[in-house]
Write a protein that binds this ligand. Structure first.
Ligand code: FMN
Length: 211
């Protein structure tokens, strides 16, 4: 890998508090990262998911190396990105560890399915993305994880959950379904697998090809 690491040369007295205050001004979409399989599962709420490249489909997420989920992401080499809808604030809060919730207990009260990687994917997420870890850059308190997209499921729902100025709130309505050709968006799996056996389906539309 051709990474360029530099030592910064200009002294600064910017504190982490100053930086945090600035970053609170940046509104971001809220996702839940999931890792592990079976009963050995963990997850966390993040706003740091970002697209890296479309061809090949890849994304990045910044994960605190002190978080409980980090060892599982590293050990299994797979993770899920579950982009939340505006009415999934309770799920977002559970996955911040609110009220002392830990481990698999955070998954209670929502329905989950799995795809190729076996990580839990949220049924009813705005989008659920199955990823394999391609690269990890451990820097300062966090690790930048590059995920290669294995599978994508897109919901018919339209309103995203956003975090900004220290609070979560409904965000922009996506126009994804409208921007996709009719043939590209359908219920069910491109591989014909089930949605976890839930009556009436998952409400997820799996794309024939990841976008
Ligand atoms: C809105 C919001 C966004 C967050 N984004 C991130 C993030 O991008 N990366 C990260 O490592 N932690 C992020 N966190 C913190 C984790 O959700 C939280 O530390 C973690 O779930 C709890 O750690 P634990 O699993 O070790 O208990 C965020 C928290 C909130 C409330």
């Amino acid at each position: 890998m051709n990474s360029i690491v530099r030592s910064v040369s200009i002294e600064t007295d910017v504190t982490s508090g100053d930086f945090r205050k600035a970053m609170r001004q940046l509104t971001g979409g809220v996702s839940v990262i999931t890792a592990g399989r079976g009963r050995d599962i963990l997850g966390m709420t993040v706003t740091s998911v970002s697209s890296l490249s479309v061809d090949p489909p890849a994304l990045i997420v910044s994960i605190n190396r002190e978080s409980s989920s980090w060892p599982l992401v590293k050990r299994y080499g797979f993770f899920g990105v579950n982009i939340l809808t505006s009415d999934q604030i309770d799920i977002a809060e559970r996955f911040t560890g609110k009220g002392g919730l830990k481990g698999a207990d955070r998954f209670a009260g929502a329905r989950w399915t799995t795809r190729a990687s076996s990580v839990p994917l949220l049924v009813g997420a705005l989008a659920a993305i199955d990823c394999e870890v391609e690269d990890i850059v451990e820097r300062h308190s966090h690790a930048i994880v590059i995920g290669r997209v294995l599978d994508v499921a897109v919901s018919a729902r339209t309103a995203a959950l956003a975090y900004g100025r220290g609070a979560m709130s409904p965000s922009i309505r996506t126009r994804m379904r409208r921007s996709l050709p009719r043939s590209a968006c359908r219920r069910g799996s491109p591989h014909g697998s089930s949605d976890g056996g839930t009556p009436g389906g998952t409400g997820l539309a799996f794309l024939p090809h990841p976008i």
